[in-house]
Design a protein. Structure first.
Length: 146
């Protein structure tokens, strides 16, 4: 019992090691606080620097993607959807353009496991250090990667 009492006293006078993000005191409403930040009436305390191997928001390079669909098959959260874009019009009789096969990634469903990154043969999917992804609309433009 006495070792625990000593620890309680020590911890009660120590400075917290947590980052006070997004504000020093908890605002009444986060939405209202973010509105004040956008108006310049309040300031965000910046988050801690992200580590090098941080699994953040996915990045997708559609120019590298060959449309194989392996990422869609290994995604445990089913956050990746196969999308086929129609073929562009032919320029002449010999030209036979193909439909483009690409993927659509739903960030709201993603569990950031990185399996799609590991299996992509072309390296079209990678992860960024961006982790502030919360929104009220899971189908917002920022939540769908194409």
């Amino acid at each position: 019992m006495f070792p625990m009492l000593k620890e309680i006293l020590v911890q009660s006078v120590k400075k917290p090691v947590t980052n006070l993000f997004p504000a020093a005191r908890l605002p009444k409403t986060i939405t209202g606080f973010l509105g004040q930040v956008s108006e310049g009436k309040a300031a965000l305390i910046p988050p801690v620097e992200t580590p090098a191997a941080m699994r953040g928001k996915l990045l997708y390079d559609r120019n590298l993607c060959n449309g194989c669909g392996l990422c869609m098959k290994v995604c445990p959260a089913h956050a990746i959807e196969h999308v086929v874009y129609p073929a562009p019009p032919a320029k002449d009789a010999e030209d036979k353009p193909r439909a483009q096969k690409r993927v659509r990634i739903y960030v709201g469903n993603c569990i950031f496991c990185g399996q799609c990154i590991d299996i992509c043969p072309k390296g079209a999917i990678s992860q960024s250090p961006e982790f502030l992804l919360a929104t009220e609309d899971r189908f917002a433009e920022s939540q769908i990667i194409e």
